[in-house]
Design a protein around this ligand. Structure first.
Ligand code: HPA
Length: 283
């Protein structure tokens, strides 16, 4: 089966199990330690990734593996609870298959969350950051190979990958709720080793404010299909090249778990806003 057939087969199976994806359905990708956000979803039906043909299944601690369908503050949502990563050996294309399947089913707005290290010295661990732009340092792309014209163009524009109107909406909702939220550039690295002090300095000088091992692949696949994108990083640790500290995966999960409450509160507020599903921007 070619890749388009795998994506459309997965998408069809999801619709068979859950019914037609309603207009205005929000797509959500929940990253490391952010599982508690899924508990905000009411009337939930779950499909394990293992039951969706073609879906890659992660084995990393802290990453669940199911698709949750339900409602968030009155808005229908499809939440990918857990994702796979390049460092597990999955290809860029495989990692993006779930996002493509949701988009093919009719999801037009996608919120991608992750756990990330802060590179901006003014940012603190435990706070949230809205992604305004990204840098792909993986050397990979989900669009490598023959273009799938049925999904999108060969050379998709990336001049405005992250929707400024959604960033503005998220900022105003965060302010209303009294949630501290930063804005910045996210760099995706392949991992799984964390960064050396020299790498940390290099990525900072390159212009990144936060660093992680996910998100950019999914963002590229989503923009290829013309989705409106919002990205929220949970800054689980702070990396400063001149006084590097050891970071453990447990610490990353613990801090993400602590910030998950604020992440959930913000997502509920956003879900309630009608502007969230305006026409997708192919700006
Ligand atoms: N570096 C890379 N990925 C991460 C980090 C980090 O410091 N924290 C959470 N994910």
């Amino acid at each position: 089966m070619d890749h388009f057939n795998i994506v459309s087969h997965a998408s069809r199976l999801i619709r068979e199990k859950l019914g037609k994806i309603q207009a205005g359905t929000l797509g959500l990708v929940l990253g490391s330690g952010l599982g508690p956000v899924a508990e905000s979803i009411t009337g939930a039906t779950d499909i394990p990734y293992a039951d969706i043909p073609g879906f890659p299944a992660s084995a990393v601690a802290g990453h669940a593996g199911f698709l949750r369908s339900g409602t968030l503050c009155g808005r229908p949502v499809l939440a990918l609870c857990g994702r796979t990563h390049l460092y597990e050996g999955f290809s860029a294309r495989d990692v993006c298959l779930p996002v493509r399947a949701l988009a093919l089913g009719g999801v037009r707005t996608l919120v991608i969350t992750n756990a990330a290290g802060a590179l901006n010295p003014l940012f603190e661990a435990g706070s949230l950051m809205l992604i305004t732009d990204h840098i792909n340092m993986t050397g990979q792309s989900p669009l490598t190979g023959q273009n799938i014209d049925a999904l999108g163009p060969r050379f998709p524009d990336m001049s405005q990958a992250w929707c400024p109107a959604l960033v503005a909406l998220a900022r105003s909702e965060a302010a209303r709720l009294g949630i501290l939220i930063e804005r910045g550039v996210y760099v995706q690295v392949p991992g799984p080793s964390l960064e050396t002090p020299a790498e940390t300095r290099a990525y900072r000088q390159m212009g990144a404010d936060a660093i992680g091992m996910s998100t950019v692949m999914e963002a590229i696949a989503a923009r290829h299909m013309g989705l409106r994108l919002l990205g929220i990083s949970c800054l689980t640790n702070k990396n400063t090249p001149d006084c590097m500290r050891e970071i453990s995966h447990e610490e990353v999960l613990r801090t993400a778990g602590q910030a998950a409450g604020q992440m959930a509160e913000l997502l509920r507020a956003l879900a309630a806003r009608p502007e969230l599903d305006m026409e997708p921007g192919r700006e």
